[in-house]
Design a protein around this ligand. Structure first.
Ligand SMILES: C[S@@+](CC[C@H](N)C(=O)[O-])C[C@H]1O[C@@H](n2cnc3c(N)ncnc32)[C@H](O)[C@@H]1O
Length: 368
């Protein structure tokens, strides 16, 4: 079976590695996507265990098109017998410049599907489909497949407190992987907000499958779904998890956010392994007694919350405090205020362009 997984733009290689480690046979990377092969069991396994994927698509067809007519022809060449007596919806992600929008692409593919049935046509149901046909159109590239995930995996479903500038869980996991944290040394997020980074770090260290927080998966409605195989994968994943305690620290300057982060960590069942405290990350006293070797953070960008002058001061004071207190530590930081960071005298060992939602941002790996 051929698959396409969608992921964070800029973290495709990390997602590809994760898929390979879980048994996928890697084919190639695309922008925001990973292509690979595998068996049905892999659908359950990846949906349950992957930390950096958004949607896992069972590919039906790939092609090249520069018009809606050509997209129709590509879509029409698929055998849709599996949709007989089912309700379906087509959803599209479109990237690039086209003289048609994603709704028109969805409608075109939907028409091709209906036209391939002479009798007993499946019903279109955009609200509550049995099967979602997912199309990804980038420039002239067209990928059409079955969404086995449903709603994106980055929505973990443990958040009970919504931080106004929360980081995507999948980006948080990518950053933790970039840091190469070995789970043994002290890990710190000094500006943790609603706690996404320390919570994902704890889930990763405990090997807890993030899929267990989900209410549902789209694959459960597919005809080949085998309840026993799925239960086996779930049991195996849970058996491989642990309840050990790790040295994870998290600060924020806001009482409200620390309280929210604590609620989120309780909801994710990892409160016992995260040490939350109300501290100012720009003061060197805050790091006393915390020998953090891995620091992963998502500081304010100055776009949504504060102004750029304040951000300059914050970043400068933060790095000065770290240089004084945690020399030798590895820092992984995401920011959309990269000009501010690049004006500071910092040696970074790796930089990546990523997309945080619609916002262009960069992830830096720094040795302090
Ligand atoms: C972009 S948010 C972090 C969001 C978080 N990653 C999440 O997913 O919820 C940045 C956080 O930095 C905190 N912050 C700003 N200045 C700080 C400082 N000097 N010390 C500690 N935290 C600070 C803010 O209160 C805010 O919660």
């Amino acid at each position: 079976m051929k698959f396409m997984a969608t992921t964070v733009k800029g973290l495709e290689d990390i997602a590809g590695k994760e898929i390979e480690e879980l048994g996928g046979c890697f084919l190639r990377l695309g922008s925001e996507r990973v292509f690979f092969e595998g068996n049905i069991e892999l659908i359950y396994k990846l949906n349950l265990r992957c930390r950096c994927l958004h949607k896992l698509i069972l590919l039906l067809i790939e092609g090249k098109a520069t018009s809606l007519k050509e997209i129709y022809e590509i879509a029409k060449s698929v055998d849709y017998n599996f949709l007989k007596n089912k309700k379906f919806a087509v959803r599209t992600t479109r990237v690039g410049s086209h003289n048609y929008n994603s709704c028109q692409i969805s409608a075109t593919i939907g028409q091709a599907i209906l036209d391939s049935f002479s009798l007993e046509k499946p019903k279109v149901d955009l609200e509550n489909p049995d099967i979602e046909i997912f199309s990804y159109v980038k420039d002239d590239e067209v990928n059409i497949g079955i969404n086995t995930t449903g709603e994106s995996m980055h929505k973990r479903n443990y958040r009970v407190y919504d931080h106004p500038a929360a980081l995507r869980t999948t980006i948080a996991c990518g950053m933790i992987k970039i840091s190469n944290w070995n789970f043994k040394e002290v890990f710190l997020d000094p500006m943790c907000g609603g706690g996404t980074i320390p919570i994902e770090a704890a889930l990763m260290a405990r090997n807890i499958p993030p899929g267990i927080f989900r209410k549902d998966f789209a694959f459960k409605k597919l005809s080949f779904f085998d309840e026993n195989s799925y239960k086996n994968e779930l049991e195996k994943a849970l058996k491989e998890s642990n309840n050990n305690l790790f040295n994870i620290y998290a600060f924020d300057i806001s009482k409200k956010h620390i309280e929210g982060a604590i609620l989120n960590s309780k909801s994710a069942n990892v409160y016992d392994t995260i040490n939350f405290s109300l501290r100012d990350a720009t003061r060197k006293e805050s790091y006393k007694g915390i020998d953090a070797k891995y620091i992963v953070l998502n500081p304010p960008y100055g776009i949504r919350q504060s102004r750029i002058k304040i951000i300059e001061k914050l970043y400068r004071e933060f790095f000065n405090a770290l240089k004084n207190s945690l020399c030798g530590a590895t820092i992984v930081l995401i920011t959309a205020a990269y000009k501010v960071l690049e004006n500071l005298d910092i040696n970074y060992i790796e930089v990546r362009d990523v997309k945080h939602g619609d916002l262009p941002a960069k992830i830096y790996k720094i040795n302090i």
